[in-house]
Design a protein around this ligand. Sequence first.
Ligand SMILES: [Zn+2]
Length: 242
Amino acid sequence: MKLKLSVIPITVAALGALLGWAAPAGAATLLNRGHVDIGIGYDAGAFDLHVHDEESDTEYSPGDAVLGVNASARRLTSAGLGVALGLSAGTPLWILPAAQDPELLFLGLGTEELSDSEWSGNLSLTLKGISGPGSVAAWSVGSLGEISVHLNSRDGVNASDRFSLLAGSHGHVNLGFTEPGNYELLFEATGTHLTDGVVASGDVAYAFSVIPEPSVGRLAAIGVVTGWLFRRRTRCASRTVG
Ligand SMILES: [Zn+2]
């Protein structure tokens, strides 16, 4: 039997479907651990939004990275957080925390490339849209446990769904998704540049993949698919050698 090259990508996609997420189109890199920031730069009169992997000092265009939320991010919403986000206590929420967890992506927001002296007031990074199976929220927790919600798409998306950022700064917030699956979040950076005036980036899409806890049935199915893949690859390799 001849092995067609197209078989392996199709099988990877099938594996992704079993896990609850689809393999991203193209060569996007999945970032699901370590320190990564959504970076906002500004060059020659235009914003430059990107993804910066602080671990490897690699910069990605937003379309070239998928921000992964691993299964261990799943938490049950506390009563206090539930009130803040409009969720019932005990609702599952997949959270990338503001404090680093080595098993999860440590996602922050960075404007270090901007000079504070070139901007009037804070910049905004506004959520303009979301597609995906659930809603997204971002919040900070103060020293007394008070919760400040930056954005929450549960009640729709409007101009209040935004981060207010000081130029030349860097910070981390809690980011939570209500359902596993693939999301696309549209963000727009805006600000008042002292020379260029009011400037906006336009909508920039960021991909997130929230991975569910695999069920026993899914694990069994994945075992079948990966076992089959292994056999095909082994056969392919032995044929190449032979
Ligand atoms: Zn950071």
